[in-house]
Design a protein around this ligand. Sequence first.
Ligand SMILES: [Zn+2]
Length: 118
Amino acid sequence: MEHKHTPGPFEVFREKSNQGVSYYIRKVGNGMVGEVFWNCLTRNEETAAAYAALFAASPDMLNALRHAESWASDVPHGDNCFVSSHYEGDPGNQCNCGKDGLLGAISEAIAKATGSQP
Ligand SMILES: [Zn+2]
């Protein structure tokens, strides 16, 4: 079953309190979807900011991956590869553009992001 999430875009804002610093991730113009908290006992603030930025970019990355998957699936591969010229009409000289590995990695990342099976 695919997990439902709030579609982006997300944004990050920083808030300092007596306990430490929080980086909140919220849907633009709407509610909070996450928080990355930093205090001096746990991790450094740059790491917290990096996690928050990664979280906030996730809807955009998911959309970009879906676009890339669709695009890469459609481009010519093998005999008339869009990227590699290694085939060059010789059936023994296989295309080595890496398309299959790329599509596998994209599929795994989308499955991880959506909680579905690849
Ligand atoms: Zn290819």
